[in-house]
Write a protein that binds this ligand. Structure first.
Ligand SMILES: [Ca+2]
Ligand SMILES: [Ca+2]
Length: 242
């Protein structure tokens, strides 16, 4: 393997996130284990009135398939994330959750786009209603983006409280119920992303400088010597390889 290729490969290995790869649901092939829950109220231990399956649509999403559900009985309903979005999410602190929603109607009121439950508390990321067209949300996994004393009060968790929830997420809900009354809402492109670690950024910088250095050395080697023979050719001969 030549030196340039070695440096590129080493750089790619180093910049790959060490702790947390993205967790993604694009619904290309199915509902990916997402459910729908009707909750009696919101809170750290919300009464589950009913759990039901989302309807899978193979086309019509942001791209490809998506899931959707309708209001069953007037209780507050949410999309409920599968196992892969739960558990110890500490490695995603400072990262984000992004998703896309499409709703046929809304109350014109900000509601919790996402709810994270863990460590005996519920955290709410409040946002405006989605439109009928796919509407993207990106929510920072940072205390300032979440509310802790119910979704109406603008009280943020402390960093310790936020980290405690992230360390053991027992439920993640995405709001599907944006209208008081019958509604229908779709969900697509859910992504849990970690921020690149500082060491990765340093590694990337080192990889880039290594690349530049390699190019410089190659350029120098191409420069003809006084004898009219490129240095690299002479070196190759000396090494017995072409
Ligand atoms: Ca999709
Ligand atoms: Ca409704």
């Amino acid at each position: 393997m030549n030196r340039l290729l070695s440096i590129i490969v080493a750089g790619l290995v180093l910049i790959a996130p060490r702790a947390s790869a993205d967790v993604v649901s694009t619904f290309d092939l199915g509902d990916e284990g997402w459910d729908v829950v009707d909750l009696g109220e919101l809170g750290s231990d919300p009464p589950l009135l009913l759990a039901r399956e989302a309807t899978y649509r193979s086309t019509g999403g942001v791209s490809g398939g998506y899931i959707e559900a309708e209001d069953d009985d007037g209780s507050w309903w949410f999309f409920s994330a599968p196992e892969k979005f739960l558990g110890d999410l500490s490695g995603f602190f400072g990262g984000s959750i992004s998703l896309a929603l499409s709703a046929i109607a809304d109350d014109g009121i900000d509601y919790p786009v996402a709810v994270l439950v863990g460590d005996g508390v519920a955290l709410y990321a409040v946002g405006p209603p989605p439109g009928l067209a796919w509407t993207s949300y990106t929510i920072a996994l940072d205390p300032s983006a979440w509310r802790i004393d119910g979704y109406l009060d603008d009280v943020h968790p402390t960093t310790d409280q936020f980290r405690a929830v992230l360390a053991n997420v027992t439920a993640m809900y995405i709001d599907g119920d944006w209208l008081t009354g019958p509604d229908r809402t779709g969900l697509d492109d859910v992504r849990l992303s970690a921020v690149p670690e500082p060491s990765s950024v340093v590694a990337l910088a080192l990889g880039m400088s290594g690349l530049a250095g390699c190019r410089l050395r190659r350029a120098r080697r191409r420069r003809p010597t006084r004898a009219g023979m490129p240095r690299n050719r002479r070196a190759s001969r000396a090494g017995g390889e072409s």
